[in-house]
Design a binder for this molecule. Sequence first.
Ligand code: B12
Length: 358
Amino acid sequence: MQPGFTAADENASLQAIEAVERLSDDAIRWVADELYRRYAELTVVRGTRGRLPTQQDLKDHLEFLNGALQTGASIFFTDYVRWLATVLESRGGSKQSLDESLELLRRFFDEALESTISDRISDVLEQGRFALAGGREPSEPPYCAYRPRDLPHVAALTKCLINGDVEGARSFSQMSWEASGDYAEVATRLFQPALYDVGILWQRNQITVAQEHLATAIVQTLLTQIYLTAELFAGPSRRTALFAGVEGSEHVLGLRMVSDAFEIAGWTVQFLGANTPTDDLVAHLDSTRPEVAGFSASMVQQLPTLRRLIGVVRAELGSRCPIIMVGGLPTNQLNEVWRWLGADSWSPDAAKAVKEMT
Ligand code: B12
């Protein structure tokens, strides 16, 4: 059951989740038509994309809404709305059309459903509108509560990454590596905060998508370089772990850091990478039987998938089930969400994950 919920709440919540999924296409069509009817001139001047929400935007609203309903935590939706407001405003869009689209979604569900069910949906949408009225994204997004303490050079490294200055970036990586000699420390306290800052710069439209990709690719190379050096100090062990990103998750670098940190600590690891299909993952776990399975989700809408995955792993593997560990941005955003997911443990970063298991 979701934290703080009664059985009646839970039932209304389950019906609300089912209704959002079932009525999603109708809701998107109705809201888009209504907005384009109100702003016919924008359709003519700007074409179907205009400055109004596209069908994809509305689909995203519903996915985050459903993530909030499923976890029972409206913070996932309010955080999304604040985040989107920054993205829109920094690109010349307005908060007004976002607010209108949330209001119209509320109207759609109010009219389509009985009030015990629609109230749950309205509540989350209204909290989103309230957050929107409250101003811009706070300077630090909620997942930064667990941002590891920066090593020196994070800001300088970030600059090199977004400018494609590989040699500069390599020198900061090397300096930190020589000072620390600890892969997990350099990964989580130098590269991780630099990537978080790259994300915020993209969100504020201060760098392009291409620069974000460039920065990520450079980090991948530099991480591999220190990983290869660190490997010299590690010996093999009998302890085994498998790491995989859930279906839908394309963010893989954090999971890679966790996997590498375990390997360097002496574990034998299997790293399956991003977006692993649930059925194949379960079959693979069944045939390889690691001691620990570490799963990663990178956005709130992947949490229900992760919860389903854990349920299937437990049901299929029974007493042969590995210790299940979870992590990733949305698990750092809401305390204790790992319990709702059904995991055995959670860690906010690679260094802490290794410590927890050894
Ligand atoms: C690089 C990047 C991408 C790359 C990823 C490439 C790759 N090969 O990984 C690409 C371009 C694919 C991408 C796509 C998208 N991205 Co992106 N991305 C980023 C960015 C800049 C860095 C990600 C990263 O590597 N972070 C560094 C790692 C080290 O941190 P981490 O993931 O938190 O991992 C640590 C812990 O969480 C923990 N951990 C992680 N997994 C696990 C597992 C276990 C078992 C344990 C114990 C611990 C653990 O340990 C890790 C190491 O310490 C982030 C910014 C950010 N804040 O992270 C945005 C960010 C995550 N992306 C974002 C968005 C919106 C998207 C897209 C929707 C963009 C789009 N419109 O297409 C898509 C969605 C893709 C998807 N379906 O997953 C937003 C998410 C906003 C939100 N509130 O949810 C962010 C926060 C950017 C921003 N500030 O707006 N992205």
